[in-house]
Ligand binder design. Structure first.
Ligand SMILES: [Zn+2]
Ligand SMILES: [Zn+2]
Length: 314
């Protein structure tokens, strides 16, 4: 019989290896230099498209918001990583199949590379005791779970002491309030926890064949969602000036149109907050995009890298 506290010699060895891996992963947080000393090329807008005027139904038409300047961002009390609290933790909430579980590890890795903080997958969390309701969606009986209840009962108590935020990811459908049909997710910025459903990104949800193109689109949507929502955790308001992953969106069509990249304004805000090296960050992202066959994204980052390196050499 095996129990959680029984540790054989092999178990101890495995535990020691896990601790060593964790020690490497949780290396001390050291901000690199100052944003003021970066070459202007790092924040050049040459490779970015300005946002066109909003069309009816777009996020900016439905929710007019004020532009958040770099100065306003640095004045605001944004969530900032510290030596003791800088892990970005992603956790599975509710059941997932093997492929979805594996993809979650990739999402955690990407989030870490994007924000240049250690991205880690936390222990899976259950939905026991969470308020839910049964709905008929697309002719199928489906259980939906209440986002606020997940934030309070599941995620808040699971936020690790060393985590700057805990992002819960689920394949269950969600709702924030009985008057809503569904929601993609909800976050508590003050509580530094969020819950996001990826189920509606999957072709199978819509009764479509499980084809490669659909899977790739679901993966890209999942990456963009986690990056966008984590940007809010770090105090970013919706980006208004350039096409950027932090643009607000009112529909899947609108969010599919936004890029996965940070515009120069959002990049500078995060560079100030998180203290990363801009070139090293782009190098890591290019390697990730290349590894995952995201050729358009890899090619764009390569152009940005050339621009930044040229600026650095001046
Ligand atoms: Zn948003
Ligand atoms: Zn932006």
């Amino acid at each position: 019989m095996r129990t959680g506290i029984l540790l054989t010699a092999t178990g101890l060895l495995l535990a020691a290896c896990a601790l060593m891996a964790m020690a490497r992963n949780e290396a001390a947080y050291r901000p690199r230099g100052r944003v003021e000393d970066d070459p202007p090329a790092f924040y050049s807008a040459d490779l970015f498209k300005r946002m066109p005027p909003p069309k009816p139904g777009d996020w900016r038409a439905a929710h007019p918001e004020q532009e958040q300047s770099f100065a306003a961002y640095t004045r605001a009390t944004a969530v900032r990583p510290t030596e003791d609290r800088h892990m970005l933790v992603v956790a599975q909430v509710g059941p997932m199949n093997e492929a979805q579980g594996k993809q979650l590890a990739v999402l955690a890795e990407f989030l870490g590379l994007f924000y240049v903080l250690p991205g880690r997958q936390g222990p899976p969390l259950g939905l026991e005791g969470v308020t839910g309701r049964d709905r008929t969606i697309l002719g199928r009986e489906m259980r939906q779970y209440h986002t606020g209840d997940i934030l309070r009962k599941v995620l808040a108590p699971a936020l690790p002491g060393n985590a700057v935020c805990l992002q819960g990811v689920t394949m269950e459908d969600l709702y924030p309030d009985p008057s809503w049909n569904y929601v993609f997710g909800e976050a508590s910025l003050a509580g530094r926890v969020g819950i996001y459903s990826l189920v509606r990104f999957q072709p199978a949800f819509w009764g479509e064949a499980d084809a490669e193109a659909g899977r790739r689109l679901a993966f890209l949507r999942s990456l963009k969602t986690l990056v966008h929502e984590t940007g809010h955790m770090f105090g970013l308001h919706h980006c208004q000036t350039y096409e950027c992953v932090i643009n607000g969106s009112n529909s899947l069509t609108e969010s599919d149109a936004r890029p996965i990249h940070l515009c120069p304004v959002c990049l500078k805000k995060l560079r100030w907050n998180l203290g990363f090296d801009v070139v090293e960050r782009y190098e890591a992202l290019r390697a990730f995009y290349t590894k995952h066959g995201m050729t358009d994204q890899a090619a764009w980052v390569a152009k940005r890298l050339a621009q930044c390196r040229e600026g650095k050499a001046k």
